[in-house]
Structure formats: C-alpha cells, structure tokens
Design a protein around this ligand. Structure first.
Ligand SMILES: *[C@@H]1O[C@H](CO)[C@@H](O)[C@H](O)[C@H]1NC(C)=O
Length: 145
C-alpha cells in the first residue's frame, strides 16, 4: 500500500488524522454510495485525481482507493480518510474485519470488544502516526481526533 496523497495534507494541521483503511467489501458504513463516481478501469490511478468527498462533514475527507462500486472490488475495499480537529465517526461496526494504518497525526480509537480485558466496557486507545490496528468483525468502534 502506498502512503497516499501526502504533500501538504496534515503537516500544518495540528490535531488532524490521515488514515488508510482496509475493509471487507461488505462494509458499506458510509451513508452514500458515491453515485456520481464513474467507473475507473485504469490500472494505475493518481490518488490526487480520485473522487474525494466530505459527505457534508466539514474537515472530513474520504477517497475510495479501491471500492466495489467504482472499481469492481469483491473481497476488500481500501479507503483514505482525513479527520480534521473535532471530527469523529459515528459509533459503528462492520460485518468484516478492518485494518487501519495511521499515516499522519494522532487520534483516539474507542473500541467495545469482546476481545478486550473487560468485555462490554468500551476502551479509549490512543493511535498515532505510523501505528496500525485491526478491528475484529462486529466490534463496535469509533475514531475521533
Ligand atoms: C513514520 O514513518 C515514515 C516512513 O517510515 C518515517 O519517514 C517517519 O519519520 C515516521 N514518523 C514517525 C512520527 O514515526
């Protein structure tokens, strides 16, 4: 996996977070399915030219690097997301595993997991540049800055 559109992204923005996410294709937690996103069949794509959306949330950015609708992916999806200060995902879960790679910045993972020491008690776990973590199937989680 490449490091994405690095250039000026988060360097001057304290408290923002740039994430790469790898999910099972069944994920579909984003409310909208990029209806205007044309199918792109080119082999090598310029991430800077790919469709980017804030989904109406100021300070948020989402790029589907590889997705079911835009690219015909069947097993996995890869997303690139930036969270500005104060941005957070809803608490949500997926019917698939999820892998996070923190490319820039720092934030917090809220995880409610049966795999934690105290099942049922959500834990706040700091995440930071160059860290990576996985979220098991169906574990409720939230990412925030
Ligand atoms: C993160 O990893 C990159 C690539 O290895 C490295 O250049 C950079 O110094 C690292 N930054 C931090 C804060 O660990």
């Amino acid at each position: 996996m490449g490091t994405g559109p690095t250039a000026p992204a988060a360097s001057g923005h304290r408290g923002s977070l740039l994430l790469a996410l790898l999910l099972g294709a069944a994920a579909a937690f984003l409310p909208l399915a990029e209806p205007s996103c044309p199918r792109d069949n080119s082999l090598v794509k310029d991430i800077n030219q790919m469709h980017q959306s804030d989904y109406g949330r100021k300070g948020f950015s989402h790029i589907t690097i590889a997705g079911a609708l835009a690219h015909g992916m069947r097993e996995v999806e890869v997303w690139l997301q930036t969270f500005g200060p104060g941005q957070r995902t809803p608490i949500h879960r997926h019917s698939c595993e999820e892998v996070f790679v923190v490319l820039k910045g720092r934030g917090t993972l809220l995880l409610g997991s049966t795999s934690l020491q105290y099942p049922g008690t959500p834990q706040e776990i700091p995440v930071f540049q160059n860290s990576t973590f996985t979220v098991p199937v169906n574990d409720p989680h939230q990412i925030y800055v």
